[in-house]
Ligand binder design. Structure first.
Ligand code: BG6
Length: 505
């Protein structure tokens, strides 16, 4: 992770070409091009830079430029400066071809060489695989066969989007296939949660402040809750979602990133592998559940119809490209443990779902109660435990709840909250969340990308859940109305431990 002390901070990325596979898709117009544009605006893009879009659609470079010039007005996160966009646009190219067609990769090779000559990219090139996952391995194989990942004259890197596999075996297979062509240091497995400022801040918060680390352990922490709640349903992604479900879509990637950053030991440096070693240790310390534990420590849900004010919200099974008898989950809750000295016996409760009442991603650290001997007469309900909440989105900030005396002649305790909001201190810098990740790739910093062992371990933790859920179809789907906080079983899971979900504040 970069800090002010890292030497590359603030200088432009290396001269390079970026090839986007699947360039006619959503990610390119919504995130990648606006992110590159923001980097250019911040002088973090080398002047010797070019983008080459590669996709199956027939399109000329001119048409591609015209299309992106329209899209940027819609998706830029900051005002578009015409001169800067013109400069950027002159560096955009397009190659059309099938992902399995050798000759298309020959054309791509010629284009990369041409932009090298025209824009001085010095042979450096990174490939962004923004395609359906089925194409990841075939594209890497074609790149290898065409000699496009050979690093004799400049660096070559490959960014791979999620989902990286759909279970442990397929992740293993994909890793094996791409490593026949690429060295691990050339592979950048992306998880866009690590591009979020507030996610990066978890480490800064923990390790740059002396006061939290001494209490960041099982002696003082009762449990941790992680909530990733979305108000949206599956929107236009029914087809993909039917093959994925919330467990695959969110848990082994985004949620496990949040867990590992929250729970990891302080790394001895911010070097990529040192940080990732610590994260990997956490994932390895999560014991996979037995089938019995899957039954008591996981909950799955699917949203039914609901209302939002006067608006009716469709049930998942009514969404387009979704089976009317679908068994795909749109909500997951689970209780995990981390078997190491710091966290033994501290439950990590996790919940994530679509069509929740509120968009909120937060990590809530609940501390053990004080020995309330002095307040014997106060009812337990009033004695709220201390809670530190990292609000990751949308209202980025950190809050700390504690008890204070309610003014008056008797001793009564009221829960109060100290609240830090990012925007109050640092303003808000609109970004796509991809800037940092693209920039780091241009500089060869893989800290915020997933290593193969992390991906494989994450899948090995969710494997028993996938097995049990596949063997036992859900009994009553849908089991929560759109616009609610999920199925009752999720509340019951915590109630059995005498706990409850802290409100997503
Ligand atoms: C994606 C998932 O990886 O993350 C989506 O595929 C989900 O289903 C999204 O909506 C959530 O990301 P964010 O940045 O909106 O929290």
């Amino acid at each position: 992770m970069t800090t002010d002390s890292n030497d590359h901070h603030g200088r432009p990325g290396d001269p390079c070409a970026m090839v986007i596979f699947g360039a006619s898709g959503d990610l390119t117009k919504r995130k990648l091009i606006p992110a590159l544009y923001n980097l250019a605006k911040d002088n973090l893009l080398a002047k010797e830079f070019a983008v080459i879009g590669f996709a199956r659609n027939e399109m000329s470079t001119e048409e591609f430029r015209a299309k992106l010039s329209g899209d940027i007005r819609e998706f830029a996160t900051t005002a578009v400066d015409e001169d800067l966009w013109r400069w950027f646009c002159e560096r955009i190219y397009y190659v059309s071809g099938e992902f399995g067609d050798r000759t298309a990769f020959e054309r791509l090779k010629e284009r990369i060489e041409a932009v090298g000559r025209d824009h001085g990219t010095r042979g450096n090139c990174f490939y962004y695989l923004a395609t359906a996952p089925a194409f990841f391995a075939p594209i890497v194989q074609q790149l290898g066969a065409a000699g496009l990942v050979n690093e004799e004259n400049g660096w070559r890197r490959v960014i791979i989007e999620k989902p990286f596999g759909r279970d442990y075996d397929t992740a293993l297979k994909l890793n094996r296939e791409i490593r026949e062509v690429l060295k691990e240091k050339q592979i950048y497995r992306i998880d866009h949660y690590l591009g979020k400022e507030t996610v990066q801040n978890i480490m800064v918060f923990r390790f740059s402040n002396g006061i939290f680390e001494p209490i960041w352990n099982r002696r003082y922490i009762d449990h941790v809750q992680i909530t990733v709640a979305e108000t949206v349903g599956v929107e236009t992604r029914g087809g993909y979602y039917e093959t994925a479900g919330t467990l695959r879509d969110m848990v082994p990637n985004h949620i496990f990133q949040l867990i590992s950053l929250t729970a990891m030991e302080p790394p001895i440096s911010f070097d990529a592998d040192v940080v990732r070693d610590e994260q990997a240790k956490i994932l390895k310390a999560i014991p996979p559940m037995t089938p019995e534990e899957v039954l008591t420590r996981t909950v799955r849900g699917q949203y039914g119809e609901g209302v939002n004010g006067t608006q009716r919200m469709a049930a998942y099974r009514q969404e387009s490209d979704v089976s009317p008898v679908s068994r795909t989950e749109t909500y997951v809750a689970m209780k995990l443990f981390i078997d190491n000295w710091r966290w033994a016996d501290v439950p990590f409760y996790v919940r994530t779902g679509k069509r929740m009442p509120k968009r909120a991603t937060e990590i809530s650290i609940q501390f053990k109660r004080a020995p309330f001997l002095l307040f014997r007469k106060t009812s337990v309900g009033e004695l709220t435990p201390n809670r530190l909440v990292l609000h990751l989105q949308p209202d980025e900030g950190i809050s700390l709840s504690f008890g204070a005396k309610i003014p008056g002649p008797t001793v009564r305790i009221g829960g109060v909250r100290m609240n830090f909001q990012y925007k109050d201190y640092f303003g808000s810098t609109p970004s796509t969340g991809y800037e940092r990740l693209l920039y780091d790739c241009m500089l060869g910093d893989a800290t915020l990308f997933q290593r193969s062992d992390m991906v494989e371990t994450a899948w090995s933790v969710v494997a028993p859940i996938q097995d049990v859920w596949e063997a036992l179809p859900p009994r009553k789907f849908p089991n929560y109305p759109a616009g609610s906080w999920g199925p009752e079983e999720a509340d019951e899971m915590l109630a059995r431990d005498n706990r409850r979900w802290s409100p997503a504040e």
